[in-house]
Design a protein around this ligand. Structure first.
Ligand code: ARG
Length: 460
């Protein structure tokens, strides 16, 4: 097959090179963006009188037909045509001959590919935000039902202070909220139209770049032709947003895996979201959560691939940059695979409230509250910390929880302690007492959940 760029060559490329060079295998997924980009370009060429109006119309119409044929599975792409851009142009020219050859006037594959990826990723990020808002909706649902489900909060994986399951889940809601904001923020930066940059130095034709931008839903046009064809920071930035999102998801998954263990027994995955073992009949494994945790590594891998691929590349376009696609597409695909399954997993999971409460009662999680009790009776905090430290040591010797102390035992530690201590250090009081913005008290959490629903309602 003759190459679209074959003029100066006396030999065809070796089949090995065709295979090596070709990106059609992975860039064919940008066919719709490539076609709408070409339609906007052709329309503009016609309006500007750079090509004849009827030629532009014929190109736009034929590209529309090609789109339908691709979607109907009627088109087979060719490795020898290298990439999606030249495949579509080749088909166009096969269908309308010389008119098709006019499409590429004032354009290079370098600005064309920059346009296509920006459009493709812009669409993908919208999709991801939709999926993420479903995850967040599921988090709110679980939180809403568990504003008084008391559980231990941990630091260093040691029981620290009682919180509620709702408060714990709402921590992830905050993380996902920032992930969402990062994506919207990124969308603003990616939504800049690069066509008109040509190979690297723009073009001599009087293109109307702003028209093309409007046609394709871009907010503005790029301001430097060399930058526009040679940076892929938007791929790196998206991979970074997705890596952070996956990091959050994998922490969440890790906790659910831990909570599903026999030792914790805080949650139980639904049968439809767990798998068994081929040898051990009793096993029920949280595979879904584990696999999401595992796939996080793939997304980080894409980020590192992109950063390393771009490192030290001189301006402007270099073929190295063709490597951007597999990496960023894999990151996008992986995130899109994980989000819906995560949503359903947490929606169907069973919560063992009793075990959580029991867990909260162990590990002296109310020790800080006894210290605070003494502070309210005039003891400086550092001294009360010391007194309660001794109390914990005594409790360990007696194999008792702090709220199982008799009044005498309390008094032996501090004469300031009265009967009201029992109420003051109950799990409920510990949680309800933390009634400040950002705290776990029921009313506070409820207010945050409400804010959460408002946030989701505003996400388009
Ligand atoms: N398939 C190429 C890529 O993905 C398109 C741009 C090719 N440009 C070039 N001058 N070889 O980067």
């Amino acid at each position: 097959m003759a190459k679209l760029w074959g003029g100066r060559f006396s030999k065809n490329t070796d089949a090995l090179v065709d295979d090596f060079n070709s990106s059609i295998r992975f860039d064919k997924r940008m066919y719709a963006q490539d076609i709408s980009g070409s339609q906007a370009h052709a329309k503009m060429l016609g309006r500007q009188g750079i090509i004849k109006k009827e030629d532009a119309d014929l190109i736009v119409k034929t590209l529309g037909e090609i789109l339908e044929d691709i979607e109907a599975g009627k088109i087979e792409f060719l490795i020898e045509a290298e990439d999606i851009h030249m495949n579509i142009e080749t088909i166009l020219t096969q269908r309308i001959g010389d008119v098709g050859k006019k499409l590429h006037t004032g354009r290079s594959r370098n600005d064309q590919v920059a346009l296509d990826i920006r459009m493709y990723l812009r669409d993908s990020a919208k999709e991801i935000r939709k999926m993420l808002s479903c995850v967040m909706g599921a988090v709110l649902e679980v939180a809403e039902k568990n504003t008084d489900t008391i559980m231990p909060g941990y630091t260093h994986m040691q029981k620290a202070q009682p919180v509620t399951l709702a408060h714990h889940f709402m921590a992830y809601f905050e993380m996902f909220k920032r992930d969402m904001q990062r994506l919207s923020d990124w969308e603003g930066r990616v939504n800049v139209m690069p066509l008109g940059s040509g190979a690297l130095a723009g073009t001599t034709y009087p293109l109307d770049r702003e028209f093309v931008a409007r046609e394709l839903g871009f907010n503005s046009v790029t301001r430097n032709s060399m930058d526009a064809v040679s940076d892929r920071d938007f791929c790196i930035e998206l991979a970074s947003c997705l890596s952070i999102l996956m990091m959050h998801l994998s922490r969440f998954c890790e906790e659910l895996i831990l909570w599903s263990t026999n030792e914790f027994s805080f949650v139980e995955m639904d049968d439809s979201y767990s798998t068994g073992s081929s040898i051990m009949p009793q096993k029920k494994n949280p595979d879904v959560a584990e696999l999401i945790r595992g796939k996080t590594g793939r997304v980080y891998g894409s980020l590192i691939t992109l950063l390393t691929m771009m490192k030290s590349l001189p301006l402007a376009y270099n073929k190295d940059m063709q490597e951007d696609k597999e990496a960023i597409f894999d990151a996008v695909d992986t995130v899109m695979l994980c989000l819906p399954v995560f949503t359903e997993m947490i929606k169907t999971m069973k919560i063992n409230k009793e075990n959580m409460l029991e867990g909260a009662k162990g590990g002296f999680t109310n020790a800080t509250d006894i210290a605070d009790y003494l502070v309210r009776r005039g003891v400086p905090f550092r001294d009360s910390h010391e007194v309660v430290g001794k109390m914990v040591a005594l409790a360990e010797r007696l194999s008792k929880k702090l709220d199982e102390f008799t009044m005498e035992e309390f008094k032996s530690c501090s004469p300031l302690i009265e009967e009201d201590i029992y109420r003051a250090i109950s799990m409920e009081t510990c949680v309800e007492g933390r009634n400040l913005i950002g705290g776990p008290a029921k009313a506070r959490t409820k207010a945050e959940i409400e804010e959460g629903y408002k946030f989701l309602a505003e996400v388009e």
